[in-house]
Unconditional design. Structure first.
Length: 364
């Protein structure tokens, strides 16, 4: 409330508020980046990144078959073609081998999603992108504070796109930010965000075909307060996720998301898993009051938008299998105390028994 009061008393509530600049600076520093360019949502930040790279008609961008639609929609909005590739069975992230197989002379970029807060296999994706001279963009909408070999999400590729939409671990209701260590890329995306102006330039001087994607000082104040508490909340979710995983390790038929040794921190935006008789498990768990979502109803290319074409679909058997047997718990389920977390684990164990199904290990 104090930060909101300061914004109101400043008389500058809009996108050129000093609080917006402060938030961009502090969030960029948090992600180990030199530059942060805020915008009104995480869909727009992906579009800005692609526009800044001149990705457009005739180009292809490789995206995972499992993500929120923004990952692919941003590609379509700039006139390029999303190419959907399969995910790994238990990371729920893009399979680098499938990404490599999908590269053509038209490929301009790869968007790697850090699904649920688990970072995609950047040890394989970074050299793959470099070998083919492709831009590597991180869709880090789930991964505020996640780390890969000590480097934070958003600092691993050319740029990272974060969301502050209502469900995220940091939220202002809506909002987004791009992070990067490339000064030229930062200047271009800032110009696209602020109606084609140049940083430090005149108000009525416009150099690029940009738009007004600015967030407000009020949003920035809310996000500054959320950034301050994020490390403690990430640590609490990490402790509770570890406890849940320990409690559920021997549940028949349940396989939880793998955590690679290179990942040394996670936002734990989601606790993901796969289980036989998933729909029965979901009904039994939610009946006990534990929030649970039975995964997406289809891969991205199953949306009516992409059923009409304007995309390329590689074989995605893992993604299609996950539609039938995967589930997630939201990050708020990991913010309780130890007793509450043990209660969630007990509910999940009971839900697995309540399926009354001979539950064999998920075939992956």
């Amino acid at each position: 409330m104090e930060l909101l009061r300061q914004v109101l008393e400043s008389g500058r509530w809009g996108g050129h508020s000093d609080f917006v600049k402060r938030f961009e600076r502090e969030f960029a520093e948090f992600t180990h980046c030199a530059h942060g360019i805020s915008a009104m949502n995480g869909t727009v930040t992906l579009e800005m990144a692609l526009c800044a790279m001149d990705v457009g008609a005739g180009d292809e961008v490789i995206v995972p078959a499992i993500s929120f639609v923004s990952t692919a929609m941003a590609v379509s909005r700039v006139g390029a073609t999303p190419v959907f590739v399969d995910i790994e069975p238990l990371s729920f992230n893009m399979d680098p081998e499938r990404a490599a197989a999908a590269i053509t002379p038209r490929t301009k970029a790869i968007i790697a999603v850090h699904f649920g807060g688990a970072i995609a296999d950047m040890d394989r994706l970074i050299p793959l992108a470099a070998e083919h001279s492709l831009a590597l963009i991180e869709d880090a909408a789930h991964a505020h504070g996640s780390e890969w070999n000590g480097r934070r999400a958003g600092s691993l590729g050319l740029a990272g796109s974060f969301s502050f939409q209502n469900s995220k671990v940091m939220t202002a209701g809506e909002g987004g930010i791009l992070t990067t260590n490339d000064a030229g890329f930062a200047e271009r995306t800032w110009s696209l965000m602020d109606q084609g102006r140049k940083p430090g330039g005149g108000w009525f001087h416009h150099y690029l075909l940009g738009s007004n994607y600015r967030i407000t000082g009020l949003q920035a104040a809310v996000l500054l307060a959320q950034l301050e508490r994020l490390p403690e909340q990430n640590a609490r979710r990490t402790r509770n996720a570890a406890l849940l995983r320990e409690e559920l390790a021997d549940v028949p038929g349940m396989a939880l998301q793998t955590i690679p040794t290179q990942q040394n921190a996670s936002s734990w935006y989601l606790l993901l898993g796969r289980i036989a008789a998933r729909d029965e498990f979901h009904r039994a768990l939610t009946a006990q009051g534990v929030p649970c979502t039975p995964f997406y109803p289809h891969p991205l290319y199953g949306n009516p938008l992409y059923q009409r074409g304007n995309c390329r679909v590689e074989p995605c058997p893992v993604a299609e299998a996950c539609i039938a047997d995967a589930f997630w718990l939201p990050h708020r389920a990991l913010l309780g105390d130890e007793e509450t977390t043990r209660g969630v684990a007990a509910a999940m164990r009971a839900a697995s028994r309540a399926t009354r199904t001979t539950m064999e290990v998920v075939q992956i």
